[in-house]
Design a protein around this ligand. Structure first.
Ligand code: URA
Length: 293
């Protein structure tokens, strides 16, 4: 059989881009499977720059190609776990999250939590935005590239649409609270794995419990299915009221379309405005006592 010709650098880059590898984190390649210090080194570099929003890594095609070529030239090494096995990580996430007495403590816990491998590829933690005293909390799936750079949820194109959705019920980021089920960007915006979701779940559950909103809004299928424990798709779940039990209180919850989906399918905006009207009605002063009263 004639051997396949070696791929060109351009073909390799295209292959990696397709697989979600779309940015270089360091100038030198890091073999995470063999180098015991690799992950902490990356964390330290990111932490050192976290005081100010740093610009997105903007690797030139040559730097990226060099990194790839060097990485590919590194001989395979014995496998080594960076993050603990999922079961152990889920256990320690549960244990850690329930001990957080405040949102600030929860954020610090997450910043120091090494159980989710997404932390090591993300630029920074994307914890939340908005007002923790808000009566309504929106929860999306996971940060994308813009959020990973800014360290804030929903700041890209879909974030702009979410702002308009929030404005449609007379609120803004000073009177609403926004977070994601997963607080780190999955590489290349890939879908989080079920294990990653389960590891992050105790943290968002604790965040909801601490914010204690009057209305919880899940944005799109993944956050709806994860938080409202349903297997039904968004076409069936949207616009209906669910009970979300924090363990100490039951919160009214509604699913609606994810703004990224509405950008792709604008004809569903009409249904989404209907959902927002129901949410606005539930937030009217006479429909429920004010939060924490
Ligand atoms: N999509 C999400 O689900 N969350 C974000 O923060 C941004 C886009």
């Amino acid at each position: 059989m004639t051997p396949e010709p070696a791929p060109t650098v351009r073909q390799l880059l295209a292959f990696y881009l397709e697989a979600g590898v779309d940015c270089a984190l360091t100038d030198e390649p890091v073999n995470r499977l063999s180098d015991a210090d690799a992950a902490p080194a990356i964390r330290t570099a990111a932490a050192g720059e976290s005081a100010q929003a740093r610009p997105a890594p903007t690797p030139s095609a040559t730097t990226f190609a060099k990194t790839l070529v060097k990485t590919l030239a590194t001989p395979p090494a014995p496998r080594r776990e960076i993050a603990p096995a999922p079961e152990a990580a889920i256990g320690s996430a549960r244990e850690a999250a329930r001990t957080a007495p405040t949102l600030q403590a929860l954020r610090v816990l997450l910043e120091n939590f090494d159980g989710c491998a997404l932390k090591f590829t993300a630029t920074r933690l994307v914890f939340a935005d908005g007002n923790p005293q808000a009566r309504v909390m929106f929860v999306g799936e996971a940060p994308g590239r813009d959020e990973d750079i800014a360290g804030l949820p929903f700041v890209g194109r879909s974030g702009k649409l979410l702002d308009r959705m929030i404005a449609a019920i007379g609120l803004d980021r000073t009177s609403a609270y926004i977070a994601n089920v997963i607080p780190w960007r999955p590489p290349g915006n890939r879908t989080p794995t079920p294990q990653e979701t389960q590891i992050c779940l105790p943290f968002i559950q604790r965040q909801i419990e601490l914010v204690n909103p009057d209305v919880l809004v899940t944005l799109g299928n993944p956050s709806t299915q994860t938080l409202l424990a349903t297997r039904e798709g968004i076409m069936r779940t949207r616009g209906k009221w669910f009970d979300y039990n924090t363990g100490t209180r039951t919160i009214r919850a509604m699913a609606t379309f994810h703004p990224a989906y509405l950008l792709r399918s604008p004809s569903y905006k009409r249904l989404s405005w209907q959902d927002l009207r129901s949410i606005a009605k539930a937030l009217e002063p006479h429909s429920r006592p004010l939060k924490n009263s």
